[in-house]
Design a protein around this ligand. Structure first.
Ligand code: SF4
Length: 320
């Protein structure tokens, strides 16, 4: 959104004779903006006030507020930047989220999901890889907010057992999980890079086949639900229940943040929630098949992900 502020500017004392010049300048400025088209992404507001005349142009699509004033193209806007109106992480918004998060520390996950669905409506979404935590949340959503849109990042490298869960979820909970795919198929992608990047540059592979797809899937949303637990890894230990995800410009809702693995599996057994059969074969955390192995006795539950590479996260849940 661009705003032309035609009025007094405290940092911009100008002699009155410059007013005529600035007045002459306005039509080309307006023409430039109008040539970009009045749109939901670039509305123009003109205000008039104050005793002197000057104009400033501010760009609320500048999420960092760093004053660069760079106009982002609509396709570059991610998460809530692309919403109308956008949800911006002002100090007041961040303070509000922190207070709500604190108040949810001992709340039931269903209560947290209900809050998110009621506050953000169809701008609340969920990404799932059909892990045990995700399956628990899907079962909860089926009870408290079955119309919340859910998607899966279908990298093209998922296990068949993982994808089969999509049908189980549809049958049992009437939730249609949308498969969101990268622009290039695996064959096209590997041909472009002279082979599979998961062997040589897994960070780039995750970036292209997961992160960029999430950015596309969550455009125009305000909030997303994640299934992370704090005790899964040091990277996740500081996760808030409700917080601002600055990487994707969304409110991140983690209703199971303070649950344990035992609580998750107890709920799966108690409510007869479907789960990936690979868990019974020692795969405690399941991602893409080339980057996942079963864990050995005594290993960390995420030790089978990108084993031997030093990589521990795909980047969806880190803020770097
Ligand atoms: S987990 Fe492996 S195969 Fe999947 S996107 Fe990341 S690097 Fe590529």
């Amino acid at each position: 959104m661009w705003m032309l502020d035609w009025g007094y500017h405290p940092c911009f004392e100008i002699p009155r004779r410059a007013v005529g010049f600035l007045t002459l300048l306005m039509p080309p400025v307006l023409f430039h903006q109008l040539s970009r088209g009045f749109s939901r992404d670039h509305p123009i507001f003109i205000t008039t006030h104050g005793p002197c005349f000057a104009y400033t142009m501010t760009n609320s699509n500048d999420p960092k507020g760093d004053g660069e004033g760079k106009l982002m193209e609509p396709q570059e806007l991610i998460g809530s930047q692309a919403a109308d109106p956008p949800l911006l992480p002002t100090p007041e918004v961040l303070e509000d989220l922190a207070a709500i998060s604190q108040s949810f520390e001992s709340a039931e996950p269903e209560t947290i999901l209900e809050w998110a669905a009621s506050r953000y409506g169809n701008r609340f979404t969920m990404a799932t890889a059909f892990g045990p935590e995700g399956m628990v949340i899907l079962e909860m959503l089926s009870r408290v907010s079955p119309r919340t849109p859910v998607f899966n990042l279908d990298t093209g490298y998922q296990f068949a057992e993982t994808l089969a869960l999509r049908d189980r979820v549809a049958e049992k909970y009437r939730i249609e999980v949308e498969l969101m795919r990268p622009e290039l198929t695996v064959v096209e992608y590997e041909a472009l890079h002279g082979g599979p990047l998961y062997k040589t540059d897994p960070n780039r592979c995750c970036g292209d086949r997961k992160l960029s797809v999430l950015k596309r899937a969550a455009r125009g949303k305000y909030a997303w639900a994640s299934a992370i637990r704090r005790d899964q890894s040091p990277d996740r230990a500081m996760a808030s229940i409700i917080g601002w995800d600055r990487k994707f410009h969304l409110v991140k809702v983690s209703p199971l943040a303070n649950w344990t693995k035992k609580q998750v599996w107890d709920r799966i057994v108690k409510n007869d929630i479907p789960y990936n059969p690979l868990h019974d074969a020692g795969y405690t955390s399941i991602g893409c098949w080339p980057c996942t192995r079963a864990v050995l006795s005594g290993e960390d539950e995420r030790a089978g992900r990108w084993s031997g590479t030093g990589k521990t996260e795909c980047g969806l849940h880190t803020q770097d």
